[in-house]
Ligand binder design. Structure first.
Ligand SMILES: [Fe+2]
Length: 301
């Protein structure tokens, strides 16, 4: 308020200049086929089923899809009794294997289980099963993994002049899925294909993100409780949907995958107040007999 010469407050009010409202920001420019940072899910009083590392390998999956995949469909169909409804499912990267176009030299005379075309068609069918079962009651999200991005990276590096041409982006092959590098669930869960490395990667990811963090990539199912001044949260590796003995891994890991990795997926329960309960894993204990471990029982996939 302005003051008169005698020091008394005058009734004349100062004319405050208010700034013009900021214009709406321009949408962040993204090239054709560019991948978004993250998608969002708003979940309360429900379950999110998170799988990844399918590594679809045509010669094996066309005979019989792996145990973890069959178990995943059973969960999504509602064949397993759960205390809350499944409200969303996230496919967390590496649904494709795409070894036909990787940048590493061929390992011996290895074959890749089929052509890239066959592999994309098979993966479309397998993702299609999840779409069909999920229907309208289960929301779907998909993250990109280092194997999936190969399809676009190969083209953009080999024939950069093809940018913007039809069928040069993953979305065109999987039009029912919105791909991103991550999926944020409420404000306390982050799902990403990969982040830290090493045996304690899931715990590192929970510390780095400040949230419950679910990753795959390492193919070693694990749940780490992490507690600090912010409270209790979880670092999760959901394991691989693929059979860990798959030809997709045998040669480049010199068969060590079959000794140390785990097949499975994660089931995350979120309460009404959006608190996250300790994530649970469905883990394959006998691939040949199609048996998974779930809450102290063996289930047949
Ligand atoms: Fe993977």
């Amino acid at each position: 308020m302005a003051r008169s010469r005698r020091g008394k407050a005058s009734l004349r009010t100062s004319r405050k200049q208010y700034p013009e409202p900021e214009p709406e920001p321009e949408p962040f420019p993204r090239a054709a086929g560019d991948i978004a940072t993250s998608t969002l899910l708003n979940i309360a009083d429900g379950i999110v089923v998170i799988s990844g590392d399918w590594h679809c390998y045509v010669s094996e999956w066309s005979r019989k899809p792996p145990t973890a995949y069959r178990a995943l469909l059973k969960f999504l169909k509602g064949d397993i009794d759960l205390a809350h409804p499944i409200k969303a499912t996230v496919v967390n990267g590496d649904f494709l294997n795409a070894a036909q176009i990787h940048r590493h030299p061929r390992c011996g005379w290895e074959d890749h289980g089929g052509t890239l075309r066959d592999e994309i068609e098979l993966t479309q069918e397998m993702m299609g099963n999840v779409e069909m079962i999920s229907g309208r009651s289960i929301q779907r999200r998909a993250n990109i993994g280092n194997h999936d991005i190969r399809v676009m990276s190969f083209l953009s590096n080999q024939i950069p002049e093809w940018e913007g041409m039809p069928y040069t982006t993953l979305n065109e092959f999987f039009p029912a899925w919105d791909f991103a590098w991550g999926c944020e669930i409420n404000d306390n869960v982050l799902v990403k294909h990969k982040w830290a490395g090493g045996l304690y990667a899931p715990a590192q990811n929970a510390l780095r993100s400040g949230k419950t963090c679910v990753t795959g990539h390492l193919h070693r199912g694990a749940v780490f409780p992490v507690r600090d001044a912010m409270g209790l949260r979880w670092g999760v590796d959901h394991g691989a949907i693929a059979d860990i003995r798959s030809g997709a891994f045998r040669n480049y890991t010199e068969s060590t995958a079959s000794y140390t990795w785990t097949s499975g997926f994660a089931v995350i329960t979120i309460l009404k107040d959006k608190r996250v309960l300790m994530p649970e894993l469905v883990l394959v204990v006998d691939e040949d007999r199609g048996l998974v471990s779930w809450r102290g029982q063996l289930l047949k996939a």
